[in-house]
Write a protein that binds this ligand. Sequence first.
Ligand code: PGA
Length: 248
Amino acid sequence: MARRRIIAGNWKMNKTPTEAVELVNTLAGLVKNDDVDVVYCVPAIDIVPVGAALMGSNVNLGAQNFYIEDKGAFTGEISAPMLKDAGVKYVIIGHSERRDIFGENDVMINAKVKKAFASGLSPILCCGESLALRKAGVYKEWIARQIKWDLDGVSADEVKKLVIAYEPIWAIGTGETATADQAEEVCKMIRDQIAEMYDAATAEEVRIQYGGSMNAGNAAELLSKPDIDGGLIGGASLKEDFGKIVNA
Ligand code: PGA
C-alpha cells in the first residue's frame, strides 16, 4: 500500500492571529497539491482564525499541544475536545521543545497519544535524539525506547493512523540537516520497531516524517527515501518556501 505523503508546518510560537491569516493567504496558491496531506500546526490562539481562513482549501488544521483532561481546573491549558470542536485534525505530541523546555516525559506523552485518539484527533508523535546521544552512538536504542513508551497500550488500528516525526534535536532550527541517509536509517529503524511491536501490516501503514532544518533545497532528496513519508517543518513553514516543500 502506498503511503500518502504528509507535509506539516510547525509554526511554534510564531504569528499573531492577524499575521497567521496573512500567512495562510500568502501560501494559499503555493500549497495546492492533491497528492499530499498538508497541515498547519498553529499556536492555540490562531486555531480559530486560521481554521476560518482555510475553509474550502485542501490544508488541514493542526495544533501543537493539549492537556489530557477534557475540562476543569487546569489554568492555562486547552483540551483535546476543544481542539476537535475547533476543527483541528492533527496534533503534535512530544515535540523535543515540549520535552526539554516544559518537562514532558514519556508517561505524559503516552497519555496524550491515547487521549488524542480517543478524541478523534490524529497525533503527530515526535521522537529524536540529542547531539550527545548521537555522538555516544546510542541514538537508535534511545529512539526505540521512546517509541515503546509513547505507544504503550496504543492499538495496531490506532498506530495505522499515526504519524511519527523523527526529529534529531541537533538538526532542529540549527540549519544542520541530517543527511538523507542518516534520516532514512532512523525512519527505517522506527518502522522495523513498529513491525516488532505490532506486525508488518501496521508498520507498512504508519507514516513517518523527518523534521529538522528541512527546506526547499533539501526536501526532495529526503522525501525520495523509501521510509520517509513526509516532513515536519519549522522555520521554513513560515515562508513561501513551504510551497516548494509541499510540491517537492
Ligand atoms: P526546523 O524545526 O524545521 O526549524 O528545524 C522543525 C521542528 O522543530 O519541528
